[in-house]
Design a protein around this ligand. Sequence first.
Ligand code: AMP
Length: 377
Amino acid sequence: MTIGILGGGQLGYMLALAGYPLGLHFRFLDPSPEAPVGRIAQRVTAEYADEEALEKFSSGLELVTYEFENVPVRAARCLAKHVPVYPPPSALEAAQDRLHEKNLFQKLKIATTSFAAVNKPTELDVAVNKIGLPAVLKTRRMGYDGKGQWVLRTSDDVAAVRKNLPDAGLILENFVAFERELSILAVRGRSGETAFYPLVENRHRGGILRLSIAPAPKLSKALQEAGEQAAQRILQDLNYVGVLAIEFFECNGELVANEMAPRVHNSGHWSIEGAATSQFENHLRAVLGMPLGSTATPGVSAMLNLIGDVPEASEILAIPDAHLHLYGKSPRPGRKVGHVTLRAANLEELKGKLDELPGFFRRDEFCLPSKPIAISC
Ligand code: AMP
């Protein structure tokens, strides 16, 4: 049985690694001839807009899924004429536009920050008057890892950004003075069965995820229930199939939804070793209509992204229950080239293991308990 995957980056790489023990085969489509999955699976190099290539790609596939949320919706719809596509292309559409995403949160009564659309430069001042400062201006589409974002603290910042406004739809959001950032990974199967991983605490720097701690320290039952309820509403509304990630800010003990990703997610990588069933395996089980696996989490995990460069492998592997994942990408500043997961029985033990990490890692990123790192744009 061969599964088609749109996008050939590290998420696809880890999906394939989770699928091989289940007897699955994979075929990837990615515009880049350097996509890392080429090392381990069949890779078709073609543009997502090339409908002829898409049709050829789909031949003989059981179904198609994606590991990249900026796949053009048109490509997903085109493939859906030939083969089942999960998650549904409508979920891709909702998640690709920050304005649609926030409207969906509001419709489903999921708390989110106040926001206003900025469709043209003249609308910026109206939006600033409505939302107030500080605020974050974001491109509605194609933003990731903090790209396409400007923090506006003063009227001078507004004047400066006005001079260089990108020619794209924008959204202005109230700046949330959050205590910490959390995310939930949820999964829904073809039968409607759902499962949820525990909320995870995430630390970012420069808009890029550096560290996830799973489960989030001091996670209350009420907060977990709130995360699951928000996820359940989205899964149901979109008739979703597969893994869905939702990122939140925690403010005064409440969750404020920031964004969602209709795919496996960087903040779920810890689940490979830290949960009974990884997010990758559960995504495959869901899209194939198989029973979902347990999301039970024995102990705690920390996942650290390797960004730009790779530390000495033996220094990582000398730490008990440390797991190294390298994606086969050439090192480049700001590029995610791998990750490390540390597992421990409890937070105290995890702290000890984080202390053992080599100097390659920035200590201020993983002081426990939570200490949020403000974004710098
Ligand atoms: P995003 O691309 O929306 O995930 O934003 C990247 C990072 O910017 C987030 O992880 C937050 O650290 C920060 N950020 C985004 N939106 C806001 C906001 N409205 N208020 C405060 N910080 C934000």
